[in-house]
Every structure is written in C-alpha cells, then in structure tokens.
Design a protein around this ligand. Structure first.
Ligand SMILES: [Zn+2]
Length: 160
C-alpha cells in the first residue's frame, strides 16, 4: 500500500522528470530512488536518462550574459512569490516560479534555477541591487565570468 506522502513524492518526481531535471537532483528534491526514476524517465522520454557528472555550482551553468539575466529575473520572481529559501528547496515552488517566469516570457532552465536558489541560500551567490539601473542580479564575489557585473546594464560594482 502506498502512502499519500509517497504518492505526492512520485507525482512531484514525475513532473520534474518531464522537465528533464537530472535524476540526482530529482532524488534530492523528492527522495524517490534513482532506480525508480530511471524507469519513469524511460517511460516518459522513450530513452535512458543521461548519466554524467553534474555541475557543482550555478556558476558553471551561467555561461552567457543572457543566461545571467534570465536567471536573475527568475530569482526575482521566485523571491516575490515564495520569499527566501529556508531549509530544503521546495520542488513545487521551484516549478511554480519557473512556470511563472516563462509566462512573463523569461525561459529559464530548471537545473540553472535550482542551482541559483541553492547557491543563494548557501551564500555562494549574492543578489544585490544594481546601483546604475536598479535591477537585482546574481553576483559572485569570487568573480564568475558572467556574475561579476549587472547583466542588464553591464555596470560592475567596485571591488573592495
Ligand atoms: Zn544594472
């Protein structure tokens, strides 16, 4: 007999697999085993799930100024809807903010969205307000290539 909590986890995991989020991330968000997820992936996509190493940080997925801008816009939507991430990332909130962003014409990769939230919470990323254009953007003080300046107007904060 399956419990309501398990059923909920399977439904959420299926929704995440539909969006092609990597299985290790789906497991971390839902607790559903990789083995079960591989079956779900094959059933939905008609092929095996990709293997391979995941990036460690959002920085490695933010490979262009455009992606930095859309990730920042996603984070703004997320924070407005759900507030800062406390504890574990909530899969429904993640998908909700990705969908809401898309409705505003801002498509963001769900894995990029996940890592941005995680790295913000961990303090690897900051979300300052640009002192030139007033937009909020993702900033990495260690100087990620597209994370060292505002992606909307290119203004770079003064290094201390
Ligand atoms: Zn700016």
């Amino acid at each position: 007999m399956i419990s309501v909590a398990e059923l909920h986890a399977y439904n959420t995991a299926t929704a995440l697999v539909r969006r092609k989020l990597r299985l290790s991330l789906v497991t971390s968000l839902t607790g559903v085993s990789q083995r079960t997820l591989r079956g779900i992936w094959r059933e939905i996509h008609g092929e095996g799930a990709p293997n391979g190493k995941l990036p460690e940080f959002a920085q490695s997925l933010i490979t262009s100024r455009q992606i930095a801008a859309s990730a920042a816009a996603f984070v703004s939507v997320y924070l407005q809807q759900y507030g800062p991430v406390k504890g574990a990332i909530n899969a429904e909130h993640l998908m909700g903010a990705v969908d809401l962003s898309a409705r505003f014409g801002n498509e963001v990769n769900i894995a990029t969205a996940f890592y941005c939230l995680r790295d913000l919470k961990a303090g690897f990323l900051m979300f300052p307000k640009c002192c030139q254009c007033g937009a909020r953007y993702l900033y990495d003080s260690s100087g990620g290539r597209h994370l060292d300046r505002c992606p909307f107007c290119s203004h770079a904060p003064l290094k201390r």
